[in-house]
Ligand binder design. Structure first.
Ligand SMILES: Cc1cc2nc3c(=O)[nH]c(=O)nc-3n(C[C@H](O)[C@H](O)[C@H](O)COP(=O)(O)OP(=O)(O)OC[C@H]3O[C@@H](n4cnc5c(N)ncnc54)[C@H](O)[C@@H]3O)c2cc1C
Ligand SMILES: *[C@@H]1O[C@H](CO)[C@@H](O)[C@H](O)[C@H]1NC(C)=O
Ligand SMILES: *[C@@H]1O[C@H](CO)[C@@H](O)[C@H](O)[C@H]1NC(C)=O
Length: 493
């Protein structure tokens, strides 16, 4: 979109008008929040708690929740976005956990990933060596300079300890390597930073356990729970009906100057405020959906482009009969293909939804992009063919239904979650979080330690609100830590 002189002029006039209005009313600052996912809703709550009640939340879609999204499939609500509370039973309490397991009592199941290694179809191989390599990688990472200047990729670490130029190469080794890394980060070990994932702050702080949420209210119920604490809702339906939340408002332009901001939406509305917090995904920031006027500074743009938006896709298949093994330790199973990442990670729902006959298979990265671009019946045919190879002795019927989420193609997401790539250190990551004038940023990708997770988005929302309030009320600006600041980085560990 080219800026037109007219809209620029209109923006200036609007700014002048709102400044007057705000002074006349003698109220607190007006903060516009772009996006009603976990981080935007959490930021709004933090502001409201601190007495900043004049917020306006503009959400592009027709719903609250963003990447937490339940979807009715084959008679049950499945989660097409976030599914697990990751990091439970550790030294600190994951803030999401008490909401899920106590306040809302969402049904959840501890995932038994330890059994995965015994559910590999077809051949079996030694898993111990890969464990050892990962452990050596963790030790190496802990000895690296805290600035991150010595960081290497996970693949480089594997080469170092295993002397395999391409990493694991047999189908079984590749499948288990995929389970260990891609299934978590949604990108291959070649892309992922060793130092920022070993140890993974989420596991190190909150624990190694992962709880799978399977509740008909959806994992998104926690976002509604937070929203209802400061936005009015309809008693009967539970829907948020507060005029401070506007759905179906696609933000296309954010103008900012020393006096305020004007946010314009696709339906040609303009909203003026004193500050804006942008909570859209990293993928959206990397696209041209939102134009900033003036353009964001080069350091900010580069930081946005250097970080990675990964793609993780959970495909759901419904069958007329059950043919997969069930029972203790059988929930997760792996297909070892000579094509790395080809319909590799499978999960059945017998515990969560007995009799639903639904399987979920997870693909990532290039496979996700490929599958998003093909018709679903093709994907169904491929997935069923894989199952027939895994279970040659059983009758594998055709799937009766399939659902393929398309996070990457969706212009409001452009991927599933951020992954920390090799080459980005603490310094650049701080730049990703840093405000530009009156424009503040939040979202899982800005979480200080937990990018990519629900708890990361939740904590980032609060942090970004604090950064904003610190700047308004205490005149304390956000500091990007210097490239070689050992002390601060060591403290953060
Ligand atoms: C498939 C998948 C699986 C995942 N699995 C897990 C998991 O198991 N455990 C876990 O902890 N995390 C998981 N995550 C990550 C987790 O869902 C996210 O980290 C978190 O929900 C992100 O919240 P957010 O507020 O940062 O962003 P979002 O949820 O993306 O919120 C941003 C909002 O901005 C809106 N928006 C975008 N563009 C505009 C615009 N131009 N104008 C107005 N509004 C706009 C969007 O519609 C969205 O509602 C998963 C994510 C995906 C996609
Ligand atoms: C979750 O809640 C249940 C029921 O209240 C409780 O028994 C269980 O110990 C909790 N789990 C964890 C890991 O805290
Ligand atoms: C998918 O559907 C299209 C159109 O109905 C059809 O032409 C195609 O052959 C189908 N593909 C598969 C693999 O069934």
């Amino acid at each position: 979109m080219k800026p037109s002189t007219f809209s620029a002029l209109a923006a200036v006039i609007l700014l002048v008008v709102t400044q007057h209005a705000s002074v006349a009313a003698g109220r607190g600052p007006r903060v516009i929040i772009v996006g009603a996912g976990m981080s935007g809703i959490s930021a709004g709550k933090r502001l409201a708690d601190a007495g900043v009640r004049d917020v306006l939340i503009l959400e592009a879609t027709g719903r609250v929740g963003g990447r937490m999204h339940k979807h009715n499939f084959g008679g049950i609500n499945v989660e097409i976005g976030a599914n697990w509370v990751e990091g439970v039973e550790g030294k600190k309490v994951n803030p999401i956990w008490p909401m899920v397991n106590a306040t809302l009592n969402l049904r959840n199941f501890l995932s038994d990933f330890d059994s995965v290694v015994s559910n590999v179809y077809k051949e079996k191989r030694e898993w111990d060596r890969a464990d050892e390599v990962e452990e050596l990688g963790g030790k190496l990472a802990s000895q690296m300079d805290p600035s991150g200047r010595d960081d290497i990729s996970i693949l480089a670490m594997q080469r170092l300890f295993n002397h395999q130029p391409n990493g694991p190469t047999t189908p079984v080794d590749m499948a288990l390597d995929y389970f260990r890394y891609d299934y978590e980060f949604a990108e291959p070990p070649r892309a992922t930073s060793l130092q920022n994932t070993e140890p993974l702050p989420t596991a190190a702080d909150f624990g190694e356990d992962n709880h799978f949420v399977a509740d008909q209210r959806g994992f998104e119920a926690i976002i509604y729970h937070i929203a209802r604490q400061y936005l009015s809702s309809d008693r009967k339906s539970g829907n948020i009906v507060d005029p401070r939340l506007k759905l179906n408002k696609v933000v296309r332009e954010i103008s900012y100057n020393r006096k305020g901001v004007v946010v314009r939406t696709e339906d040609n509305s303009a909203y003026s405020g004193d500050y804006v917090i942008v909570s859209t995904s990293l993928g959206v920031l990397q696209s041209d959906l939102i134009q900033f006027k003036p353009q964001l500074p080069a350091w900010k743009i580069i930081a946005i482009y250097r970080f990675d938006m990964a793609v993780y896709t959970k495909i759901f298949l419904k069958f007329p009969t059950k043919f997969w093994p069930v029972g203790e330790g059988k929930q997760f199973f792996v297909y070892a293909s000579s094509r790395r990442g080809y319909y590799g990670m499978w999960q059945s729902f017998e515990k969560e939804y007995p009799g639903a006959n639904v399987l979920m298979v997870t693909v990532t990265d290039q496979e996700s992009r490929r599958i998003e671009q093909q018709p679903d019946n093709q994907t169904k045919a491929e997935a069923v063919a894989v199952l027939r190879k895994m279970f040659p002795d059983r009758h594998v019927p055709d799937a009766t239904d399939i659902y393929v989420p398309r996070w990457w193609s969706d212009r409001f997401f452009k991927g599933s979650y951020s992954n920390w790539p090799i080459g980005v250190n603490r310094y650049e990551y701080d730049q990703l979080r840093a405000p530009v004038g009156r424009v503040f940023f939040t979202g899982e990708h800005t979480s200080e330690h937990y990018n990519g997770y629900v708890h990361g988005a939740y904590l980032a929302g609060m942090d970004s609100a604090d950064i904003l309030m610190n700047s308004i009320f205490n005149k304390v600006g956000f500091k990007v830590r210097p490239k070689d600041d050992h002390q601060i980085i060591a403290e953060a560990k």
